[in-house]
Structures are given as structure tokens and as C-alpha cells.
Design a binder for this molecule. Structure first.
Ligand SMILES: [Zn+2]
Length: 599
């Protein structure tokens, strides 16, 4: 029944959100007859204030009375009045919410690549919300902003703003619900993508994120001042590349690289560091190659400015931040973060991280986004013994990248990797080494269980198939309906309806599934099918509408291939697939024709 308050489900959800660090807000609920619990007459379904119904927080001072513990939630439940739950946004809440409620906003979200972002995502009424992490670069913004029609609830500028979360009731009679596989329980809250940060901090309210920008070619005709160099070089590089018939040809690459380096010397004041320019150009080639590998066929339309600018934004906001302007040089250029302790310069991991493979013997993979254009694609495998030694790690990096020498100054690298004891120069503090910091930073879901590669996925896909084998047939053939429980049902002979989260819940009862694994299986299936998302359909039950994933026989076949361990060309982030332990980093098969050699 619509608007039925389920105290137990509400408590469980709140407890989960609190465990993820959200600050929760008690929001007015909706009585079963459609009235807002605030008691205002017009706040009721079908009346003038309907829009506010079940959407505004309880009490004027709500922002200073957020819930931070389960006890606070127990207190909320004591008076027996239904409520909805929201989370505080902004610097205090630590998150922001981007909501699309029309086609334009959805198009804009897509144009900045946010539709592919893996971050908690929920549905309310007609719109989709994505939760991402607060970023201090948003401090100068206001409470909300509308780039390209996307309603971004930022909560900056001393405003108090909250967003209503599942399982709250929406006035339309449906509950807010997590997109299957994208709940706070399934995935971590992602960082706010750079493309959105840029749009927000530019205060861009129009459809184009940079209406004032001159054509990319303006780099040829005038001085590019500091602060505009990075983007000018990036734009011109991409235009050069998409305007060539065969840009990945080695000679063409050398020529383009040379031209852009000369242009940098000629027109950038002051000129950008040569390595930095090479990095930008190679990011563009990398992007081009990845697009081609995913089946894109370049055409004249791609060279036109609209299409090109979109790709430029994508390169600039690529999830690894690989084309971020690298400040300074040396170790910072590789994505490490320079800090100063006393009189000593030291480094923190910055963009570096490690993954661990629990095999026998265990292995460590050092992941460095800045080295993605090298033969190892930014992933350096090493033994524990190597990882524990500064010179051995430097040797492994050189062997794998064939380019980067970390121990040119052996003493400095030793101190950077292993740390330094407290001394007068360090203000009597000891400085931890990168080795230790990387270990601390490592997230458990980055660990890869033994034989993760195709074997583990075969196993996981097998679990899903086991659940599918128990799929029911509709009870009423005249009026076929999916299962309200979310368990699989062949609603038509070619349509298997189920809820992804429900399937994994069932699997979790008899098998150990690591955090993130179900999303990797999802990503593999999507890749195998060449799709960006599962196909979803909704069904209205008496209790309200529910969303289902719908698989045709083709999807089930893809799942069967996966469970049979068939080799598809899978490249899932964080996986170690596509390279058996024998090939590792040094396999010539991972070197592409179009590789740019970064000096
Ligand atoms: Zn109200």
C-alpha cells in the first residue's frame, strides 16, 4: 500500500547510511491518506502544496540536529509518526547530489560522461540522482547549480541542503529506490568528476560548458598564458588527431608530437614542461585508440567542433585524472603528491595505489595512471620482496615501463620509498615512506583473490545461472507478471525479469562474494554484449511500481559463455584478466602500434 511506513526497513537503511558516514536528516513523511506529516493543509497529495509533501525536513534547526548514530534513529522512531530520510549535503555532509529530471539534463549528464560513473544512484519520481563526494574546489559555489539542466545540490555557501533517500515515499506513491547494483551497500561513493567540477566552478548555467572559449586553432595565432596552456594543448592535440586519416601511424605520431612541442615553445608563455606536453598528447592518442578498440569508426563528423569538444572534455575528465596538469616535475609528474615536513621534501601516494593478488606467492601491482601509455599500461607487477626494497621496486618500474627511472638519485628514492627517521631537519618527526603509505591506502576490494581472472568470473557467472535456473513462469499466462520479490521469472519466452540486487542477495546466502565482484560481473556482461547498461523495465504491482532488469536469451548466453570461462577480450578495471601470470607486463602483445614513447 502506498505510503505505508515500514519502521524496520527504514531503520536498517539508516543504519547502513550512517555506517557509510552520511549525516541523516529527519524529513516529513506522508500519512497513508496522502497528507504531509507537517500538518499544513495544502501539503497533501492533490492540493496546491503537493510538491512539498514528504520533502522538507522536520524543524527549522534541522541542520544542527542531524542523526549520526543508530540511537538517534531509534529516537526518531519513538513517536510513531512516519518519516522520510534525507542526507545532509555540502562540506559537512561530505557529499553532493546531481539530479536529472528531464531529457536535456540526461543528455548533459551523458555529454560529461557521468552516466557511466559508478557511484550510488537512486530513483525518485521521474528522475535519477547520483551521489558523489564533496570537493573543496566547490567551496566558492552556491547551494545549488544547474549546468546543462542538471540539478546539482551542492550545499556550499553556508546553505543547508539535504536530499531525500530510499526507502522514503515519494508523493507519487512510489518509494525512492536504489538503482539495482548501485546502492550505498553495493558501491563506494565516487569522487565528483572533474568535468562537473569545472562546470560548477565556472558557474556555467548554459548548455555548453564553455561558451566563451575560442576555437582550438587559436593556439596557432597568439600567446597562450599560464593557466590556459594545458587545455589549449589538449584541444589542439585532439583536433590534430581526429583530422588525420591514420593518426596512429608511427610516423604521423612523431610528426604531430614534434609540431605540438614546437607550438608550445613558440606560443605558450611561459612554455609548458616538455614531459607535460608529451603526456597530454599521449593521453589524446590513448583516448583515440581506446575509442577505436571499443568499435568506434572515425568519420568527418568527429572532426567537427561539437563532437570534438565533447571528447576533449572526456579526456580531461578521464576517471584516472590522467591528464591533469602535472605540477612541477620529476616524481610529481608521475602523480605523487609533494609535501614538506620541516625542511625536508617528501612524497605522498597522490594518484598511486596498489592492488594485492592473494596467490601463492602473493603479488603486488603498483598502479600509476600517469604510466598508462607504457607497455605495462600503468600496472607494475612485483613480489613482496621487490616491493619491500626501494632499488628493486625502481628496477621493476623501469623493466615494466621501459621508460621511467625512479632512482636517478638513489638516496632520494630510498628515502621516498622507505621513509626517514626523525631528525632536526624533519622537525623531529619521522616521515613514512611511500611503501607504507600505499599499503595504508590500499582498499580491500582492490584485492584480487587467487585465480580471479577468468576462473573466478566463471564461478560467479555460474552462481547467477544457478539462480536463473530456478526462474519461475508467470502464474497467469493471460496477464504475465514478474515476481514481486525480484526473483527471476520468464515473463515472456524471451524475457527474463529479475532484480540484480536480489539475485546477489540469494547468491550471498550460500557463497562468499567480495565487495565489488557483482559489479565486475555486470561490467563483463555489458562489455560482452556491447551495451552501456542493462535493459530495465518497470511493472506496477498493487503495492507500487518496481524496476526490473530484463535479460533476453542473448544475455543469458553471454552469461553462459562467461561461466564456461570462454576467453572474451575483457578489460575490467581492477581485474587482472587478459594476461595470464606468464605474460605479465612484458608481453609484447600489450604493446600497441600507436604507442607513444614518452621520454
Ligand atoms: Zn509538509
Amino acid at each position: 500500500m502506498a505510503f505505508e511506513f515500514d519502521a524496520d526497513a527504514m531503520f536498517k537503511s539508516c543504519a547502513l547510511y550512517l555506517s557509510k558516514g552520511l549525516l541523516l536528516v529527519r524529513v516529513h513523511g506522508i500519512w497513508p491518506d496522502g497528507r504531509c506529516t507537517c500538518g499544513r493543509k495544502e501539503h497533501a497529495v492533490g492540493r496546491s502544496g503537493e510538491r512539498n509533501c514528504g520533502k522538507h525536513p522536520v524543524g527549522d534547526d534541522w541542520a544542527s540536529r542531524v542523526a549520526t548514530t543508530e540511537d538517534d534513529i531509534v529516537e526518531w522512531l519513538e513517536d510513531g509518526i512516519p518519516f522520510n530520510v534525507g542526507c545532509l549535503l555540502g562540506p559537512r555532509g561530505g557529499v553532493i547530489d546531481s539530479e536529472d529530471d528531464d531529457e536535456a539534463a540526461r543528455r548533459y549528464r551523458k555529454s560529461i560522461g557521468m552516466d557511466l560513473l559508478e557511484t550510488p544512484t537512486w530513483l525518485s519520481g521521474k528522475s535519477t540522482h547520483q551521489l558523489t563526494l564533496w570537493d573543496d574546489r566547490l567551496s566558492g559555489c552556491k547551494g545549488t547549480a544547474n549546468p546543462g539542466g542538471l540539478e546539482v545540490r551542492i550545499g556550499a555557501g553556508n546553505t543547508s541542503i539535504q536530499s531525500v533517500l530510499p526507502p522514503s515515499w515519494h508523493r507519487s506513491g512510489v518509494q525512492y529506490q536504489w538503482k539495482p547494483g548501485f546502492s550505498l551497500n553495493d558501491i563506494e561513493i565516487a569522487r565528483t568528476p572533474r568535468s562537473l567540477l569545472v562546470a560548477l566552478s565556472n558557474g556555467a548555467g548554459s548548455e555548453s560548458s564553455r561558451p566563451d572559449e575560442k576555437p582550438a586553432s587559436s593556439m596557432l595565432f597568439g600567446e597562450i598564458p599560464d593557466g590556459h596552456r594545458h587545455r589549449a594543448i589538449l584541444r589542439w592535440s585532439w583536433f590534430k588527431i581526429v583530422n588525420q586519416l591514420n593518426p596512429l601511424n608511427k610516423t604521423n605520431q612523431d610528426i604531430t608530437m614534434r609540431e605540438i612541442l614546437l607550438l608550445n615553445e613558440q606560443n605558450c608563455k611561459p612554455k609548458a614542461d616538455e614531459n607535460h606536453v608529451r603526456k597530454i598528447v599521449s593521453d589524446c592518442y590513448d583516448h583515440y585508440r581506446k575509442k577505436k578498440e571499443s568499435g568506434w569508426v572515425p568519420s568527418q563528423a568527429d572532426a567537427e567542433s561539437d563532437a570534438a569538444e565533447k571528447e576533449i572534455d572526456r579526456i580531461e575528465s578521464s576517471p584516472e585524472g590522467s591528464s591533469k596538469p602535472a605540477p612541477g616535475s620529476g616524481l610529481e609528474l608521475y602523480g605523487l603528491k609533494k609535501i614538506t615536513v620541516g625542511k625536508i621534501e617528501a612524497y605522498e601516494p597522490g594518484e598511486w595505489r596498489i592492488e594485492m593478488i592473494h596467490s601463492d606467492p602473493p603479488e603486488i601491482i603498483l598502479c600509476v595512471p600517469a604510466w598508462e601509455a607504457t607497455p605495462c599500461r600503468g600496472r607494475i607487477h612485483m613480489s613482496f620482496d621487490t616491493f619491500r626494497s626501494a632499488p628493486k621496486t625502481a628496477a621493476a618500474v623501469f623493466n615494466a615501463t621501459r621508460t621511467y627511472i625512479l632512482d636517478g638519485d638513489a638516496g632520494k628514492w630510498q628515502r621516498t620509498w622507505k621513509g626517514q627517521d626523525a631528525s632536526k631537519a624533519t622537525d623531529h618527526q619521522s616521515i613514512p615512506g611511500l611503501m607504507e603509505l600505499l599499503m595504508q591506502k590500499k582498499r580491500e576490494e582492490d584485492d584480487i583473490a587467487v585465480g580471479t581472472s577468468s576462473l573466478r568470473y566463471a564461478q560467479l557467472a555460474g552462481y547467477v545461472l544457478q539462480v536463473f535456473k530456478k526462474a519461475t513462469q508467470p502464474r497467469d499466462e493471460e496477464k504475465p507478471e514478474p515476481n514481486e520479490s525480484g526473483r527471476p521469472c520468464w515473463v515472456t519466452p524471451d524475457e527474463l525479469w529479475f532484480q540484480w540486487g536480489r539475485v546477489w542477495e540469494d547468491i550471498g546466502r550460500s557463497h562468499d562474494v567480495q565487495a565489488g565482484e557483482r559489479n565486475r560481473v555486470r561490467a563483463k556482461l555489458l562489455e560482452a554484449m556491447g551495451q552501456r547498461d542493462f535493459s530495465h523495465k518497470r511493472h506496477r504491482f498493487q503495492s507500487g511500481r518496481l524496476e526490473f532488469v530484463v535479460f533476453t536469451r542473448d544475455w543469458v548466453s553471454a552469461l553462459e559463455s562467461l561461466s564456461a570461462g570462454e576467453e572474451l577480450d575483457w578489460t575490467v578495471k581492477g581485474g587482472v584478466d587478459g594476461g595470464s601470470t606468464k605474460t605479465k607486463n612484458h608481453s609484447p602483445s600489450t604493446v600497441h602500434d600507436g604507442e607513444v614513447v614518452v621520454a
